[in-house]
Design a protein around this ligand. Structure first.
Ligand SMILES: C[S@@+](CC[C@H](N)C(=O)[O-])C[C@H]1O[C@@H](n2cnc3c(N)ncnc32)[C@H](O)[C@@H]1O
Ligand code: SF4
Length: 439
């Protein structure tokens, strides 16, 4: 089968497009395999790094393009119920044999919007967490923020709590576009919070942008890139707008049978290409298909790089995805199930899958390809497979399309390959997973 027969992207941005973040597809994980994860959690660990993910599922507004598990209608007592459940989950997790004596090497507060929490809620949460765990030895503690939720006091608190990497969901600087796409913040809030962020002295401040927000044009995109350069963050992450099934836009398109309002894939690639060129001109270097960094010596991406090399990730919070001792798992995705299970003293596990060795090889290879290169020797020694030989036809095809360059034990993606990397990955899937729903 040729790669473009099962690329996720046709030219149009269709509903159902997705960002590849794991393998086998989430739709293949099931409650039947929960025994695999409970066994793995109850056994001593393999010798791999350990990370912690905490999901904070609250947002001020639901962005029309967003597919994450978020709530916009929870009041203070409900938030408190959630934080109590999350704290209890951390307590249970901290007692699991799979922890061994491993420190957390990386910690990630993701969402949703972790910065939705007030300084008081944050301090209380962290105090409860610290009663059971420590992240003092972590090389990276990431905290995702939405600009309009930030105050000077909150940012200071994050710095005191040990956050090393603050990631700011800017997405765009044009207020008409931000409003049209349902963002809760406007550009004024980005500029208001920026000096506070700078003053707090985080090791790494990242800005997220999205190429292809509804209403964007060459002129507005170029302006957004210029404004990003003016802020000079340590890294810039640019996603090409996806339309998974459960977004507001996707429902509008399917329900009202309207044309997709999102720019097509060649246009989005051209916008990211432009941004990468502009960032390169002022000294940024490519760190992955999505991210450019100002100083690669100073900024590392512990969460990303460890995860892409098969580390353990303990998942906490509603609907979170984790991986322990070779087993994928996800927590319960419904509010009452998640909180209720923890209130009854049990871990809120929902579904799992133990990938085969070959599936673990595919997973690591497709995730690492997002960095823009692969080292064949790594896969040979870890999985005993020559990835060039095994996927010879595909590499030859990608090379002849001008997307990859093969040399001496190394695959390197060209800029054109990097810009479409998510479309190149399903061709590596096993045949039975190429046409199934991803999530
Ligand atoms: C959890 S959010 C970041 C923190 C905060 N919730 C915010 O939005 O400011 C993670 C990022 O995912 C990206 N994102 C969300 N939905 C997307 C979509 N449909 N296509 C591409 N990127 C998307 C956005 O860039 C967003 O900043
Ligand atoms: S993009 Fe961020 S702020 Fe918007 S709904 Fe999703 S998680 Fe919330």
């Amino acid at each position: 089968m040729k790669a473009d027969e099962h690329m996720t992207e046709s030219t149009k941005t269709e509903v159902g497009s997705y960002f590849i973040s794991n393998y086998p597809p989430f739709s293949q994980w099931s409650g039947d395999q929960l025994g695999e994860v409970t066994t793995a959690l109850a056994a001593p660990p393999a010798n791999v790094p350990l990370g912690l993910y905490l999901h904070i599922p609250f947002c001020r507004k639901r962005c029309k393009f967003c597919y994450f598990k978020v709530f916009t209608d929870k009041n203070a007592p409900e938030v408190e119920r959630y934080l109590a459940a999350l704290s209890h989950e951390i307590e249970l997790v901290s007692q699991l044999p799979v922890m061994g004596d491993r420190p957390f090497q990386f910690v990630y507060f993701g969402g949703g919007t972790p910065s939705f929490l007030s300084p008081k809620q944050l301090t209380r949460l962290v105090d409860r967490l610290r009663a059971n765990i420590s992240w003092d030895q972590a090389e990276e503690v990431t905290f995702e923020c939405e600009p309009g939720t930030l105050t000077e006091a909150k940012i200071k608190r994050l710095s005191d709590l040990g956050v090393t990497r603050l990631s700011l969901g800017v997405e765009h600087f044009d207020d008409t576009i931000l409003r049209e796409n349902g963002r809760a913040h406007e550009s004024g809030e980005i500029y208001k919070s920026w000096p506070w962020i700078q003053a707090a002295g985080f090791q790494n401040v990242n800005i997220d942008l999205i190429a292809g927000m509804v209403g964007d044009s060459d002129a507005t995109w170029q302006e957004a890139v210029g404004k990003t350069l003016d802020l000079a963050p340590d890294s810039v992450t640019i996603y090409q707008m996806e339309l998974p099934f459960n977004t507001v836009y996707s429902k509008d398109i399917l329900g009202n049978k309207i044309e997709t309002p999102v720019a097509d894939w060649p246009q989005k690639r051209a916008w990211v290409d432009y941004a990468f060129d502009q960032l390169a001109l002022v000294g940024y270097t490519v760190s992955s298909a999505y991210t450019m960094v100002k100083n690669p010596e100073a900024v590392n991406f512990s969460y990303r790089d460890n995860l892409w090399r098969g580390s353990d990730l303990l998942a906490t919070g509603i609907a979170s995805f984790g991986h322990v001792s070779g087993v994928h798992y996800q927590n319960q995705p419904e509010w009452n199930d998640y909180c209720g299970t923890l209130e009854n003293g049990a871990l809120p596990l929902n579904r799992a899958l133990r990938p085969t060795d070959h599936q673990r090889l595919i997973r690591e290879m497709i995730l690492q390809l997002k960095r823009g290169y692969l080292e064949a020797g790594y896969f040979q020694s870890k999985f005993g497979v020559d990835i060039f030989d095994h996927w010879r036809n595909l590499w030859t095809e990608y090379e002849s399309e001008g997307w990859a360059i093969l040399s001496d034990g190394r695959v390197e993606l060209t800029r054109q390959g990097l810009l479409r990397v998510d479309g190149l990955l399903p061709a590596f899937f096993e045949p039975e997973h190429r046409d199934v729903r991803y999530t």
